[in-house]
Design a protein around this ligand. Structure first.
Ligand SMILES: C[S@@+](CC[C@H](N)C(=O)[O-])C[C@H]1O[C@@H](n2cnc3c(N)ncnc32)[C@H](O)[C@@H]1O
Length: 240
């Protein structure tokens, strides 16, 4: 499926019947040959936008997977960069691709960091978090940043209601809800649970001041998005 090096349909089905963590462990060796890895054009556009705001000190890639965001961090951070993910299989792939980075295996809903980073990024993972889980995720990122630190989150704007992609993502989410109603462990991955206004509101509630820039990206991602925003969530600087 996707390409000769990508996972077969059977492999994808087995992964989808596992937990998120186990599913990514199984997918890890072939993940970079799927459309689920964040496209290089989005990574490059993010690095360009962040380079205007940097340079930064230390960097953290939340839900780093095989390391798509680590090269972005390396390009704008003068200090060390760290990837965090709960899939040991994905971390093994990331370590092989980016040996200079540090890695922590942890659940992003309970990040084990305190004021250690100047910049945090996250790509392609928000659909794995239910709306009720976003406060814990964003609180942990807020806590992980130093005063004045920045969290950059790239989000696609949904395809129009009249497009095939819109209905494909509606159908996917419906199938996931049925799957999760009848099968354990759940596999949380929904395309339509992270609308921009709700994500902005949750970032603000976590204590960030949020702005955004449009990312100059051509083409569509696998969810049909053709336009991309980089949310820039700033932690308040230390008071004098
Ligand atoms: C679609 S992949 C994205 C990987 C990479 N950021 C990219 O853009 O290519 C989602 C990643 O999120 C990780 N993930 C999902 N839920 C997580 C959680 N609760 N804690 C830590 N990692 C999680 C998965 O293990 C997987 O590596």
């Amino acid at each position: 499926m996707f390409s000769a090096q990508g996972p077969s349909l059977r492999e994808l089905a087995v992964q989808a019947l596992s937990s998120v963590e186990r599913g990514y462990d199984l997918l890890a060796p072939k993940f970079d040959h799927t459309p689920f890895r964040t496209p290089q054009s989005i990574l490059d556009a993010t690095a360009g936008a962040l380079s205007d705001l940097g340079p930064f000190g230390t960097g953290l890639d939340v839900c780093c997977g095989t390391g798509a965001g680590l090269a972005v961090l390396a390009s704008v951070c003068r200090g060390s960069v760290t990837g965090v993910d709960f899939s040991a299989g994905m971390l093994t792939q990331a370590r092989a691709a980016h040996p200079a980075a540090a890695y922590v295996r942890a659940d992003a809903r309970a990040l084990p960091f305190a004021e250690g980073f100047d910049l945090a990024v996250s790509f392609g993972a928000l659909g794995h978090f239910l709306p009720a889980e976003r406060p814990a995720l964003f609180d942990g990122i807020h806590r992980a940043l130093r005063p004045g630190g920045l969290f950059a989150l790239a989000l696609g704007t949904p395809p129009p209601l009249t497009s095939i992609s819109h209905w494909a993502t509606v159908g996917f989410d419906l199938a996931m809800r049925v799957r999760n109603a009848v099968w354990r462990p759940p596999f949380v991955m929904y395309y339509r649970v992270s609308p921009l206004p709700a994500v902005r509101a949750d970032l603000t509630a976590a204590g960030f001041t949020v702005s955004s820039v449009r990312l100059p990206v051509d083409g569509r991602t696998h969810d049909g998005s053709a336009e991309f925003e980089l949310l820039l969530a700033r932690k308040a600087p230390a008071s004098a």
